[in-house]
Design a protein around this ligand. Structure first.
Ligand SMILES: Nc1ncnc2c1ncn2[C@@H]1O[C@H](COP(=O)(O)OP(=O)(O)O)[C@@H](O)[C@H]1O
Ligand SMILES: CC(=O)N[C@@H](CCC(=O)OP(=O)(O)O)C(=O)O
Length: 302
């Protein structure tokens, strides 16, 4: 069926608005973190995969780093195991680590790879063990005990990123493959580490000096106490929001990695609502963008 005149004009308007962004971001690297909470329904998953293929087709280098927290939780529940989270990190014993590796490196990674390929892309799935992509070291959390003394809390096989080996990613870009990365790292001892996907996405973006780090989640952006989305944030504002408890839980690692990334040369970081169809495209190719922008400076107008 032919488009009405108004609808056709609208399509032309959208494409015209996108043109300067397509030109400006030609060859740019965009790291997209796809959170488990944003994988809510098959149609949305398909639109995400198509967005990634579109970014690649118009000349950007997208990389997907995915989570899968709720999917890990589902399998743990099925085997009768509960998880505890401290500061947004899953306490990970060795049995939980096996489940994390199976769910992230297997089920979730391959389903995203498959969806991208079904929609015309050329995706390859990797965990941090492939080509030593993600080197990890054990993470401990600094806390205060009841008497106010500093203590460090062991949270098991949870890792932080010790280094990202970018060579395999650069090879993949040259051959127009789309890397899809599961956040399982490998330690010097060869052991697997469960790493929060936001942290991996941030470090991958830093290592590649990416143009953008986009964190897709299940909330419209970082909100203030009145539940209003904060469209732009500075480092100072973030510190205050953490101190007064406005930012907590899963938002803590998200915001920390966004701040680290922009301090380390990534141009902009964005926390956006993955439940909105085509959220990635709206962020990259529209004047308004989406969600919360975290930047050291205002982006250049196009
Ligand atoms: N200030 C805040 N603004 C928005 N969300 C917040 C804030 N503080 C904490 N959160 C919580 O952080 C969650 C996002 O983190 P998380 O559940 O780990 O997402 P994901 O699985 O996408 O990584 C939100 O759903 C919300 O419950
Ligand atoms: C240490 C830690 O908490 N790791 C996460 C890894 C997956 C993840 O980050 O998934 P989302 O992005 O969907 O939350 C976990 O076990 O849930």
């Amino acid at each position: 069926m032919a488009l009405t005149h108004d609808a056709a004009l609208n399509v032309a308007k959208v494409l015209t608005e996108a043109l300067p962004y397509i030109q400006r971001f030609n060859g740019a690297t965009v790291v997209v973190k796809y959170g488990g909470n944003a994988m809510t329904d098959p149609e949305l998953e398909r639109s995400f995969a198509r967005d990634i293929v579109l970014l690649k087709t118009v000349g950007l280098n997208p990389i997907v780093v995915h989570g899968g927290g709720p999917q890990i939780g589902d399998l743990l529940k099925r085997i009768g195991k509960e998880s505890e989270f401290i500061d947004g990190m899953r306490v990970t014993d060795s049995e939980t680590m096996d489940v994390v590796e199976m769910v992230l490196g297997g089920l979730v990674n391959k389903s995203i790879v498959n969806l991208i390929n079904q929609n015309g892309g050329r995706a390859i799935g990797l965990t941090g063990k492939d080509a030593n992509l993600i080197r990890a070291r054990r993470m401990t959390l600094a806390k205060k005990d009841a008497a106010g003394l500093d203590i460090s809390v062991d949270i098991g096989q949870v890792g932080e990123v010790a280094g990202i080996k970018t060579d395999v990613l650069e090879l993949m870009f040259k051959s127009d493959f789309i890397p899809v990365i599961a956040p399982v790292g490998v330690g010097d001892d060869g052991a697997s580490y469960n790493i929060n996907a936001d942290l991996v996405a941030g470090k991958v973006a830093e290592a590649l000096k990416a143009e953008k780090l986009i964190l897709l989640t299940n909330i419209p952006g970082v909100m203030n106490k009145e539940k209003k989305v904060l469209t732009g944030l500075t480092t100072k504002a973030v510190d205050e929001l953490i101190a007064d408890g406005t930012i907590y839980g899963g938002m803590l690692p998200k915001i920390a990695c966004a701040l680290d990334a922009v301090k380390s040369g990534v141009q902009t970081a964005h926390i956006i609502d993955g439940r909105v169809p085509h959220a990635c495209l709206l962020e990259v190719f529209t004047d308004e963008g989406m969600g919360t922008l975290i930047s050291n400076r205002l982006p250049k107008p196009v």
